[in-house]
Design a protein around this ligand. Sequence first.
Ligand code: SF4
Length: 381
Amino acid sequence: MNSAPRIKGWCPGALCPMMSGDGLVVRVRPPAGRLNQRQAAGIATLATRCGNGILDLSNRANVQLRGVAEDRYDTLIDGLRDFGLIDPNATVESRRNILVTPFRTAGDESDTIAAQLATALAALDAPDVSAKFGYAIDAGTEPVLKNAPADIRLERDTDGTLILCAADHAFGKPVTRHDAVQQMLDLARWSLDQPDPRVTRMSRMLSSGTLLPSGFTTPRRPATPVPQPGIHPAGVLVATAFGQIDAATLTALAALGPLRVTPWRMLLIEAATTMPTLPGLITDPADPLLRVVACIGAPGCAQGHTATRVLAGQLARHVPPGQTLHVSGCAKGCAMPRAADVTLTATPTGFDLILNGTADAVPNHTSMHAADLPVLLQKAN
Ligand code: SF4
């Protein structure tokens, strides 16, 4: 039996939905990662009316409506369009793959730069990069998106200068506020000019030996730890187990303020100063559920070999603070493309256990049974 996942060459969007085990998955890309209160409440209503009332927060700061019935899809898109959440066409939607730091402030111009980049990517002559190719505007006081997926990034040097960065490359190139967007587009076009057309992502290009153009000489600052739920200068950060949120909780959050969608599968309630006490929210940074990551698994995903989230919830208390356990329904590893301390990949014969690797890495143990996993986890840690 072939357990290899089917890798699709595109990223689902609202205009390019994906059929899953529980109906259509419709992925909404909130402009600049922000939902005003009307939009957040509107998505929640539409999730109930057209889907199964369950939403996922993705590691690209998108919001996915799940379980959308095919005969409700057009109604959903019309509703999302009324809230200003639908692009003119699927090509523009696919290109507008922009992360913006949730900790931006009015003075750092992140929103302005993100809006200008979105406009540029909607132009007919925008770089025709792959659908997974993404941009990050990480121009707050500290770089907080270094562990989030992006091919081209904008960060700040310690003196506040903007620097253009390519994937995980250690050095950036100084740019100005005025040429930052053009420089991002030029770098994207440069990537398209590289000889191997099969390599479409910046990190693979650089790791295969391709050298960046001149000017990438400014050392980048180290990554900051993933922020935790709590009160932050920009607002209040709240999490949900596995980034899954139901429509009722989203409606309640929308009443508290505009929401910034983060790549950490948390929502930031803009300008809030007190922690909400809503059921279903994780507000304690010590909650073990924050140490586990799991995709939807079976039966929600047709490629899943097992129900991942129930198991991940049961194993969470066995994961020490500071460690991450990734439970993946198959080797595709959608929920966590990078390495976790421990990964359990479901297969037709049980679970593969992988230490410090991704879901498709060579396993340290194979065909493990769920009942044995708590003990194995304790040994692994
Ligand atoms: S990793 Fe999970 S969500 Fe992704 S294809 Fe496999 S089972 Fe489905």
